[in-house]
Design a protein around this ligand. Structure first.
Ligand code: ZN
Length: 100
């Protein structure tokens, strides 16, 4: 099992990236990025499966890992097609109508 802090880091890495980029990571490099010991790769893989089921990430086998551009035939993980929904805080409206 991953700790809550580790899970949060995975979500953060996959869900928050520079606009216009969608970096993919192999499991090992995702572990490095999220400071998860390699001994816990199986736990990370299980968590990633969970995320994918929930639409919070995408996976495929084989491709280029963007961590250092190496090619892999193993699992690649990248973020959801659209950034994860963040709760919209209603903007306080000041004054009704009227253009300044
Ligand atoms: Zn990699």
């Amino acid at each position: 099992m991953l700790s809550r802090a580790q899970e949060a880091r995975v979500r953060n890495v996959l869900g928050h990236h520079l606009p216009g980029t969608l970096p993919a990571y192999c499991l090992e490099h995702l572990a490095v990025r999220t400071q998860i010991p390699l001994a816990h790769l199986a736990d990370l893989a299980a968590f990633v499966r969970n995320l994918r089921v929930n639409g919070a990430c995408q996976t495929r086998y084989g491709g280029i890992c963007d961590a250092n551009g190496h090619e892999t035939t193993r699992l690649l993980i990248w973020g959801p097609p659209t950034p994860m929904a963040t709760p919209d805080l209603p903007e306080p409206r000041q004054g009704a109508g009227g253009v300044p």
